[in-house]
Design a protein around this ligand. Sequence first.
Ligand SMILES: [Zn+2]
Length: 158
Amino acid sequence: MSSMNHILTGAALGSLSPNLGSAFLIGTLAHFILDRIPHLEYDWLPHNLQKSLTNKQKWFSILFGVFLGLLIVGLIMWIKPGNSWPIILAGLLGCIWLDIPAVFLPWFFGEQIKKNIFLKPLIQIHFFFHNDSMINFQTRLFMHLVFIGSAIAILCFT
Ligand SMILES: [Zn+2]
């Protein structure tokens, strides 16, 4: 659910931004704020069920969230064509790019890539903000849904 939240919040903030650069920058700042919400990437399930998940299932959950987020953004753009694609895309990319060095590159190329001289500081700053503490499932879900709901409202009605 966190991945879906990143996509939608980034897109919504992008749509409110005056230009591409600020959309990307605001999206990036929003990533840090969203990562402060206690979250596990496989956020759809209560803790007791999460413990039994395999790595493959966790990745499926992340990618499913990405897919669902993109689908919702795409649907809103289709229904409400007044939005401008480039600025929404800039906000969206701003809000997810930090997860590429921190999460996706190690997934594809192995853990040793985290020692890369360029990636290391990006990964460190990302995980400095990342909060994966265990709060109860309902609270976590509620916090994500507030962001997701606000983002959808912004994309639809502004
Ligand atoms: Zn992150």
